[in-house]
Design a protein around this ligand. Structure first.
Ligand code: PLP
Length: 445
């Protein structure tokens, strides 16, 4: 790039950075860091696994942004799908009995993809709204059946279910619910069947509306369930105690774990399946809750008049059209199959890192969702006093890769969830950057 061009781009960056600091209240950000440093990147373009910023720098997006740009960046077909829908009808209401073709076709497509009799979808704009909807409907359902006290929601340790007033208390990761005024109707349980049974016994099944769980936890560190049968046992406990089981598939859903939904890995059908992110690969905001035929029939029977719950953008025409095209392309181009092939390459890379660095252990991978953990002593699982993952990620940025460190509750983890279009060479590049970055960080210890 010419010097004059670089200077001009830097000037544009600085102008926008000032405005950002003054006016843009960032989500999940340190106020102090934003005010001191301004925006790290001002992204302008993306292609495949790469993002480009206003100063012309290109970086690998190793987490598909927020575990959501599954198809990869820069897919023009999705822009065309949005444009065609917008030209015809960008938005129309779905309240009362109004409808439109994209929402009908998408609901039918999702019914085809989900396991068992999960066939009836309520649409939202994202994960938090979907979990709010699931909790509200679970409580409503029990109330209508005459069980007014069945209101508590159980979630698992290290879970993340969103940040709305309803979803924050279900998120076990403490920093997200350290706010005043959140409901106390939530209970947390370790990932153990005995602990779950004890909790239900202690609280009384007559006070519990639902259990929510991510099949494979994402933001809490990419954690697989403690055993193959864990969810089968959870399902049984739910059935025995009249508790609804909600699978939060916001990260897992739509092929991220190599199966259509995360829960498919464990042979279980939940009562409600919550989705968002991957349904549109982030090209438009959309989420939802899929209900079983059984719940649908009971809700219909139990409700006289309106069900007073709905968002202006429930079943947004353009977002639904984008989702349909996104799912069509993923299947047509067999990107869902690439998830398993590249998942295997990712695991190979993790094993290489484990062999090369004594500090790496507890590697895990399912589809294109994976993590490595850093230990001072991996045999005794002793961690460094100050976690290394953030430093490795900082170093990786110097090599043009945006990484994700997860350090809640003493973990020292680096998570990976690249776009489904990733190639073998690109997986190797990511692994090589982590290798180099960890070596550099260790030198500085
Ligand atoms: N549930 C899970 C498992 C998530 O990972 C997230 C977001 O990361 C949410 C819910 C919340 O979704 P949103 O940020 O779209 O509200």
């Amino acid at each position: 790039m010419l010097l004059r061009e670089t200077e001009s781009l830097q000037k544009q960056y600085e102008e926008l950075a000032e405005l950002d600091k003054k006016h843009f209240f960032h989500p999940s950000t340190s106020f102090k860091q934003q005010q001191a440093d301004g925006p790290g990147f001002i992204f302008t373009e993306g292609k495949g696994i790469y993002l480009k910023d206003i100063r012309g720098r290109e970086v690998i997006d190793s987490l598909s942004s927020l575990w959501n740009v599954n198809i990869g960046h820069g897919r023009e077909e999705l822009a065309v799908a949005a444009m065609e829908q917008m030209k015809k009808l960008a938005y129309s209401s779905t309240f009362a009995t109004n409808s439109h073709e994209p929402v009908i076709r998408l609901a039918a497509k999702i019914a085809e993809m989900t396991p068992g009799d999960l066939n009836y979808t309520f649409f939202t704009c994202g994960g938090s709204e979907s979990n709010d909807t699931a909790f509200k409907t679970a409580r409503y359902y029990w109330k209508m059946k005459g069980y007014e006290k069945k209101t508590k929601i159980i979630s698992r340790g290290k879970s993340y279910h969103g940040v709305s007033l309803g979803a924050s208390p279900a998120t076990e990761l403490f920093p997200f619910r350290d706010f005043p005024g959140l409901s106390q109707e939530h209970l947390y349980v370790d990932s153990s069947i005995d602990a779950l049974k004890e909790l239900i016994e202690r609280e009384g099944a007559e006070t519990i509306a639902a259990i929510i769980s991510e099949p494979v936890q994402g933001s809490g560190g990419v954690n697989l369930p403690p055993s193959e049968d864990f969810f089968k046992e959870v399902r049984e406990i739910c059935d025995q105690n009249d508790i609804l089981f909600i699978a939060d598939e916001v990260i897992n859903g739509f092929y991220r774990t190599g199966t259509t939904f995360g829960i498919d890995n464990f042979g279980v059908v939940p009562d409600m399946l919550v989705f968002a992110k991957g349904v549109t690969s982030g090209y438009a905001p959309l989420g939802g809750v899929v209900f079983t035929d059984r719940l649908k029939e009971e809700l219909t029977e139990l409700t006289e008049g309106n069900f007073y719950h709905g968002y202006t953008y429930s079943g947004h025409n353009t977002a639904c059209a984008v989702a349909l095209k996104n799912l069509e392309l993923i299947e047509q181009e067999k990107l869902n199959e690439n998830v398993n092939q590249m998942g295997a390459e990712l695991l190979k890379g993790f094993k290489y890192l484990e062999q090369t660095h004594d500090e790496i252990g507890n590697i895990r991978q399912i589809g294109l969702l994976g993590a490595i953990e850093i230990f001072k002593d991996r045999d005794t699982k002793t961690t460094f006093e100050e976690p290394l993952a953030p430093k490795v990620v900082e170093e990786a940025l110097k090599h043009n890769m945006i990484g994700r460190a997860i350090i809640y509750e003493g973990q020292d983890t680096i998570a990976f969830a690249p776009p489904f279009c990733i190639t073998k060479d690109e997986v190797e590049k990511m692994i090589s950057i982590i290798d180099t970055s960890l070596t550099a960080v260790k030198k500085g210890l």
